[in-house]
Design a binder for this molecule. Structure first.
Ligand code: SAM
Length: 281
């Protein structure tokens, strides 16, 4: 835990904290409450020391001056990247039981499906989607299926792209699934696993700030945006979900996090229960 008040190595005034909060909200949408001051001190003090800034104010000056290295560090330090394979498993069950069979009927002519995992963190979510698709569609290689996986944090995007995980990350998974979709590391890598190339080839990882412009042109056939907007204020959420409704094809599904809701945020989706929504036009 960070040292309080005068026991701290560096002064951390409310003014510096507010400058950091403004930067974070402007660049990520995340709103840091008063209670997050110790957390911010804990995550930045080493950087202030090692970077030779000498004070939080000097670090804030670098942020405001547009120093990209410090800005990236700040963003990566503040985002919460907690995730896991098949997190909230009922979403993947709903995919295989309902969404995928529906899409296979609808798309049987062109056999083209586009999916977006927005705020994908280290990649467990898009890989879980890819596994579900491969396990549900027998002749999947006849289909043109692509998953776009995006996150603001460059480090997690690189991790997802590499597809290498500590073995304990797949502890809860079914043995058959592990055998089929993960390669066991050898020698010094024996406590690591790598996802199979069949999954990797389905996913494009890209760094993308959801608050910025999106380069994608076409529409998506379903999307996940789970446990990303929890720290955004309601107005930011309203704008974001309106943009999601615009980029999703008619009547498509949106999966959000277990503690999130679109109630009073968007009326362009109908709730199907269990944090699954369907675009209503
Ligand atoms: C808790 S993780 C959720 C991971 C995954 N969706 C899940 O539910 O397991 C939240 C992710 O949202 C990302 N994030 C936060 N603000 C973002 C923004 N403005 N644009 C894009 N990604 C953002 C963070 O970097 C983090 O990786």
């Amino acid at each position: 835990m960070a040292a309080e008040g005068k026991d701290r190595e560096f002064d951390f005034t409310d003014d510096s904290f507010n400058r950091i909060r403004e930067f974070v909200t402007e660049h990520t949408g995340i709103v840091l409450s008063d209670g997050k001051k110790d957390m911010v001190y804990g995550r930045l003090s080493k950087r202030i020391r090692k970077g030779g800034f000498g004070s939080f104010d000097a670090f804030c000056d670098a942020l405001d001056a547009g120093d990209e290295e410090q800005q990236d560090f700040m963003i990566n330090a503040i985002t919460t990247n907690l995730t896991s394979f098949f997190r909230e498993n009922h979403h993947f069950e709903y995919l295989s039981d309902t969404v995928i069979p529906e899409l296979m009927k609808q798309k049987r002519q062109h056999k083209r499906i586009r999916i977006w995992s927005a705020g994908c963190s280290t990649g467990e979510e898009p890989y879980s989607i890819a596994i579900t698709l491969r396990e549900s569609i027998a002749n999947i290689d006849d289909w043109d299926i692509k998953i776009l996986a995006t996150d603001l944090d460059a480090n997690v995007v690189a991790h997802g792209k590499a597809g290498i995980y500590r073995k304990d990350r797949i502890d809860g998974l079914d043995e058959q699934r592990v055998k089929r979709w993960f390669r066991q590391g050898k020698g010094e890598q024996s406590d690591m696993v790598k996802v199979s190339p069949q999954l990797q080839q389905m996913i494009t990882f890209k760094r993308l700030n959801l608050l910025h412009q999106w380069p994608m042109k076409g529409q998506f056939d379903f999307m996940f945006c789970r446990n990303v907007v929890i720290y955004f204020d309601k107005d930011t959420q309203r704008v974001l979900f309106d943009r999601y409704a615009d980029i999703l094809a008619p009547q498509t599904h949106l999966f959000i996090g277990h503690s999130e809701t679109l109630y009073k945020v968007s009326d362009r989706f109908d709730s199907l229960g269990k944090t699954i929504y369907r675009k209503n036009s």
